[in-house]
Design a protein around this ligand. Structure first.
Ligand code: PYC
Length: 323
């Protein structure tokens, strides 16, 4: 029997897991100049490793992962994956990776770091006390509103605002999907959100800055009261337990563009399990006639454990999702 081992350290950020792969991935499957190229190579040559570590029986339907990779453009390179594929940027994952690597001594205890992600460079500020990372803030890549798409759901028109914040989000009022966000049951968000994402992507929204198609990967349901509650559904129906880092950035950008949030004004956003992120817009500019923001989001992560996962060649079950 042949065995391959994968070493991970796992964190949660406001309840949302990040499984960080420290060892076991073959170096040539991560080859590339940029983190995006390394991620694309991994996807093309070693996507089975993602499935093995994210899906059942080693993972679960809401598992999330990150792969730190070498870079000479920043202090750290990292890409992100889930049960269904890859995201270009992830706020909760970034907070988890920075926390775990500093607490394990694999990143310097520096108050400021830069991280290269497939979406671009992200500036990170870290608060550390007694070797424990207390809070991580990241200034995301540029964020902007792409367009508003109206789709029909159950015979009713639903307005979705498409926002880029490292990933493309469809931001929608939960009421318009018949979902009450302060309920105990976040799973009620999944089916309406996935249906909305399908409909929005069928409408082929455009990114006004890049001039390319804006393919929505996540749906952010927001409360119509003033509570700043949100619930983000992504991948094949995963619910982010945290308030979602890039989702919070999308929300801040919308608030700013709508005239409801001044530069520097701080907002606390609450996710489905009651955990919070804080965020603000630090700067704005104009690109292609569009207001572009620089959102900053902060939160706290904790290490939950370390794993040595086995892939035994006599284990024929493989990895799977139950759908
Ligand atoms: O925190 O940005 C985030 C995120 C995206 C998907 C899940 N979490």
């Amino acid at each position: 029997m042949e065995r391959t081992e994968f070493i991970t350290v796992d964190t949660h950020t406001g309840g949302e897991p990040t499984r960080i792969v420290l060892d076991g991935i073959e170096a040539d499957t991560l080859a590339g100049e940029t983190v995006r190229e390394r991620r694309d190579r991994f996807e093309a040559t070693a996507d089975g490793v993602r499935k093995l570590l994210m899906q059942e029986p080693r993972g679960h339907a809401d598992m999330f992962g990150a792969v730190p990779v070498p870079t000479d453009r920043a202090d750290l390179g990292v890409f992100f994956m889930d049960t269904d594929g890859y995201l270009d940027m992830c706020g909760h994952g970034l907070i988890g990776v920075v926390t775990a690597l500093i607490e394990r001594g694999e990143l310097p205890e520096a108050p400021e770091l830069t991280v290269e992600t497939p979406a671009g460079l992200v500036d990170v500020t870290v608060k550390i006390a007694d070797g424990v990372v207390r809070r991580v803030a990241f200034e995301n890549v540029d964020s902007y509103v792409c367009e508003t798409v109206t789709v029909e759901q159950d015979g009713v028109p639903v307005e979705a605002r498409i926002v880029y914040s490292g990933n493309y989000f469809a931001v929608v009022d939960a009421d318009s999907l018949g979902v009450v966000l302060n309920s105990e049951d976040a799973t009620q968000c999944i089916d309406p959100a996935l249906e909305l994402r399908r409909a929005v992507n069928d409408a082929t929204p455009e990114d006004p800055v890049t001039g390319t198609r804006a393919t929505v990967s996540a749906v952010e349901l927001t409360a119509s009261d003033d509570s700043d509650r949100s619930c983000v559904v992504f991948a094949d129906g995963s619910v982010d337990r945290s308030p979602c880092g890039t989702g919070t950035c999308a929300r801040l950008t919308l608030h700013h563009v709508d005239g409801d949030l001044a530069v520097g004004e701080r907002v606390e956003v609450t996710g489905p399990v009651g955990s919070t992120f804080e965020g603000y817009i630090t700067d704005t500019s104009v690109n292609s006639g569009v207001t572009v923001t620089s959102p900053v989001v902060s939160g706290t992560a904790h290490i939950t454990g370390e794993h040595t996962f086995y892939q035994n060649d006599d284990d024929t079950l493989g990895s799977f999702t139950l759908s």
